[in-house]
Write a protein of this length. Sequence first.
Length: 116
Amino acid sequence: MNMTCRLMVAVGVVLLSAGTAAAQTTSKTTETGTAQFTVAQVSGEVVAVDDNYVLVKIRPSGVQRWFSVSPDRKFIIDGQPKTVSQLAPGTMLTATAVTKRCLSPSGQPPSPMARS
């Protein structure tokens, strides 16, 4: 059984002003016991909104990705809380993403060939 697990959590989403938006991604890795956490800032531009789905063009890669957003999720845009239905194409977003990776007792990722 592969013990690697990943958890992506959007911790916060904030508008970047179009004139001062900087295309940057920063990350920090912290090891705790048998899990490894990576925190990264992800930026992108809203391309389309369809019900509770948002198509975002990730920066700086340009990759487009659909996100399923809870209807009660709040986005802070120009200091005002907005819902997914209030997002418009061209809106710049930034989110903090936390990834959790489970490690084997030796502190290394388990071998893909490992079986239970």
